[in-house]
Design a protein around this ligand. Structure first.
Ligand code: HEM
Length: 454
């Protein structure tokens, strides 16, 4: 029988549990550096296999995708929180994905562009008083609010953005999703402990808001391609999509869409702030569009910004772990991968693989020049995953990030405050621990052209 992949033996009882809780990314990085491309870490009696080489990543995510379920131990715990496309499997997942795919096709995405532009301009107006008063802004919060508003408008059509209660509620959901997989015991959700009460209140707030949007939509006749319309069609076309499931799906989408994109935008700003030459090129490109991109076609006129965005996604992939579990025993790199164990793919580590990314820690957007991309292994760059479970919102996220960044850069100069103190925190997404920014108007004409905002 083939051996298990190598890895640290760790504590006799806990294995590497303590290191995992304290510094998961550091544990994975150290282990792969020391033991190679396929490694194994023991957590109590559970086995976790890490796979980092692009060929092996392709084996799991593409060639043998059918043998790998997303239902790992950790995800099973999360499933109690939200059950949508991202955490389904088998025929149910296939049907659901078929239902939502058309809302994210390239031609359908074009319809979201004016809304993304308008929501960003409104945010720029909100920031104007702080910019004029040279006040520091908590940009993690500000960018999250913007990406959340864009996600809500995209999924619920023209309906207004949610109030602060819904925004806070999604924060509670994300917090719970972060800690739940690591808790030894999770009491059932009906049990009235503090975490459950906060969680149930949050679900109630999101549910009430989403339900009102659904009702409003059902009464409207106009055909629409947004996600809510697709799901509403699904509730009559696909047996079993109840109102409860529909709300769960929308909830999952809000979580999948806004935090990932917000962090990708923040990390791009972080790297731009460290390189004044690059920043100048990107700002010149953005300003050449005058008042920012006017249509999706204008985004192709921002090549340096797009390369910088890709390079930020490489170094700080918001989705830093993709969990899987084999349904049957498998073999990778000559090692036995036992049925039922957890197999983790980490874009963070694959994006630093020395055979594919020389001088990997250096931020270098030229890695995304066309010629360099053409030569690269197809699964060496996987910020949106790969294979059938690849991110359905990847083009949406790319368009959104380019719209937000180009408008921001053409209207404001920005300084990231205490940049040296910024650390990555691997939560549900890989986020900066803090991100405070001081904006100043780049040209008076530009900020004057923004719509007034209440
Ligand atoms: C920069 C932003 C984003 C990043 C880095 C990202 C990353 C990912 C990754 C890596 C996966 C695959 C997970 C896996 O294989 O286990 C995924 C799946 C998914 N993403 Fe995204 N995502 C982003 C934005 C979005 C947006 C904007 C939406 C919605 C509009 C979205 C919706 C989804 C959904 C529904 C899935 C599950 C797909 C399936 O399992 O069929 N994501 N995302």
């Amino acid at each position: 029988m083939r051996p298990l992949p190598p890895g640290p033996s760790g504590h006799w009882l806990l294995g590497s549990m303590r290191e995992l809780r304290e510094e998961p990314l550091e544990l994975y990085r150290r282990t792969t550096e020391r033991y190679g491309d396929v490694v194994h870490v023991r957590l109590l009696r559970k086995r976790l296999v890490m796979v980092t080489n692009p060929d092996d990543v392709s084996h799991v995510l593409k060639e043998h995708a059918r043998n790998y379920t997303k239902m790992t131990h950790g995800v099973r715990k999360l499933r109690k929180l939200m059950e949508g496309t991202a955490v389904m499997d088998g025929e149910r997942w296939r049907q659901r994905r078929k239902l939502i795919n058309p809302s994210f096709r390239k031609d359908a995405l074009r319809d979201f562009f004016p809304m993304m532009r308008m929501a960003t301009q409104a945010a720029l107006s909100r920031w104007r008083p702080s910019a004029e008063g040279a006040e520091a802004l908590d940009f993690s919060h500000q960018v999250s609010r913007l990406t959340m508003e864009i996600a809500c408008r995209a999924f619920f059509g023209g309906d207004g953005p949610p109030g602060p209660d819904v925004f806070d509620a999604i924060g509670v959901l994300l917090d719970e999703a972060r800690v739940r997989p690591y808790r030894m015991v999770n009491p059932p959700l009906w049990f009235p402990n503090r975490a459950n009460r906060a969680y149930n209140r949050a679900v109630g707030a999101i549910g009430a808001w989403a339900q009102a949007a659904v009702k409003e939509r059902e009464q409207r006749d106009a055909p629409s391609t947004d996600l809510l319309s697709a799901l509403l069609r699904g509730s009559s076309e696909v047996a079993g999509l109840t109102m409860g499931e529909l709300l769960q799906e929308l909830q999952t989408f809000l979580v999948a869409a806004h935090d990932t994109t917000a962090n990708a935008i923040l990390w791009t700003l972080y790297y731009l702030s460290r390189d004044s030459t690059l920043r100048r090129t990107v700002v010149d490109e953005a300003r050449a569009l005058d008042d920012g991109p006017q249509s999706p076609d204008d985004l192709s006129r921002l090549p340096t910004l797009e390369r910088a965005f890709n390079e930020a996604l490489r170094l700080k992939s918001p989705a830093w772990i993709l969990p899987r579990s084999p349904l049957e025993d498998d073999e990778i790199g000559g090692y036995r991968i036992p049925k039922g164990c957890s197999v983790y793919i980490s874009p963070y580590l694959t994006h630093r693989h020395p055979d594919h990314w020389p001088d990997a820690e250096t931020f270098d957007p030229s890695r995304f020049d066309q010629a360099a991309c053409a030569k690269r292994h197809p699964t060496a760059f996987i910020p949106f995953g790969a294979g059938p479970r690849q991110c359905v919102g990847r083009e949406f996220a790319r368009m959104e990030a380019l719209v937000v960044l180009s408008l921001l850069l053409s209207h404001y100069r920005f300084d990231v405050l205490s940049r040296e103190a910024i650390r990555q925190v691997p939560l549900v997404t890989l986020k900066p621990n803090t991100f405070r920014v001081r904006l100043s108007p780049s040209r008076p004409r530009n900020t004057q052209s923004l719509p007034a905002h209440a």
